[in-house]
Write a protein that binds this ligand. Structure first.
Ligand code: ZN
Length: 341
């Protein structure tokens, strides 16, 4: 109950849009196409929440621990009011959560509302649950979550599971345990060993700040035609530009990470801790002393990260391709449709 209530209070704060965000939202709505397929959203009822380990609770991803269909309808209304919206939906993938029931919920939800496209979520070593669910329901893909600090990807994404996906052709949304810029060799090894695997790197590979190493990683992976990137949780124009210049426009998938698009955070670099997040809200994971450091040393803007993402994406698309309806249509829905249907 405590974890549900905490999520509820963050959602409540999240739903209160401020004037700056209203202006940004208008800019976003004017630019994005009328048909949207969002490739990364978390949909799960509160009853699937289970206690979180302290490690996971320290992580920004634990801000929101559930968002059922009702919450998503509200979010759609708020961010995409006049658009035709579909969303790839998977559970909140924290270890110990009730994935069996979460997958069941998604399968049933998508049966009566096809704007939700269900992806299976679970623990990568739970092949039994995976196979059982696959027999009973029609999932369009799989979302797995990393084990933090997994240096080689092997614990988070065991070969047995990758082999299943390689055979089935179902897309895998892969959230890397560390930044793509530092984990490129492991990712390339997966792609080489499982050549049929359709791999979508969540959050552009999870780097939040551009580096030449990230560009080099994109260059390497762009040679493998089954590798895609999802745009969620990134607001660095240079990252989007680097991806568009290497992968092109056909392997980028618009994604919001809804409800995490409500987060008001800014990626920052800490001299010791590396890539971190600044915020002006008292989230449970935000250490007051660390936050004070960012507030003194950075110029910070706190608006919905989901809006900042689209504004940055727009700049990158216009830099590389100009104002092209066709390119936008690909990124916002066509590429995803090709992959899914
Ligand atoms: Zn996510």
């Amino acid at each position: 109950m405590y974890l549900k209530n905490r999520t509820d209070s963050y959602l409540q704060y999240g739903f209160k849009i401020n004037n700056e965000e209203i202006a940004l939202l208008q800019e976003v709505l004017d630019w994005i196409p009328s048909e949207i397929l969002d490739f990364h959203t978390h949909v799960m009822p509160a009853k699937c929440i289970r206690p979180l380990s302290e490690n996971w609770d320290r992580y920004m991803g634990s801000t929101f621990l559930y968002a059922d269909a009702e919450i998503h309808y509200r979010l759609r209304e708020m961010f995409f009011s006049d658009k035709v919206m579909r969303q790839v939906a998977f559970a909140f993938p924290f270890p110990g959560f009730d994935f069996a029931s979460a997958n069941n919920y998604l399968a049933e939800l998508s049966e009566h509302d096809q704007s939700f496209i269900p992806f299976w979520t679970g623990t990568a070593d739970d092949l039994k649950l995976y196979q059982k669910d696959m027999e009973h329901f029609h999932f369009h893909g799989v979302k797995l979550y990393p084990i933090p600090g997994d240096k080689t990807l092997g614990r988070s994404y065991p070969d047995l599971m990758l082999n299943e996906l390689n055979k089935s052709g179902l897309p895998l949304v892969m959230h890397l345990p560390s930044f793509l810029s530092s984990q490129i060799n492991d990712v390339e090894s997966v792609v080489q060993r499982f050549p049929q695997l359709c791999l979508i790197l969540a959050h552009m590979g999870t780097d939040r700040i551009y580096s030449d190493d990230l560009l080099a990683a994109y260059e390497t992976l762009s040679r493998y035609e089954n590798v895609y990137v999802d745009t969620s949780a990134v607001d660095d124009v240079k990252i989007f530009r680097a991806a568009l210049e290497t992968f092109g426009s056909e392997r980028m998938l618009f994604a919001t990470d809804q409800p995490f698009n409500l987060l008001r955070v800014q990626p920052v670099i800490h001299p010791v801790l590396g890539q971190r997040y600044a915020t002006d809200f008292n989230y449970h994971w935000a250490d007051p002393d660390e936050q004070l450091y960012y507030h003194i040393n950075h110029s910070l803007v706190f608006v919905y990260s989901g809006l900042k993402m689209v504004i940055a994406l727009r700049r990158a698309v216009e830099d590389v391709f100009g104002d092209s309806k066709e390119i936008k249509a690909r990124i916002f829905s066509k590429n995803a449709q090709k992959l899914l249907f």
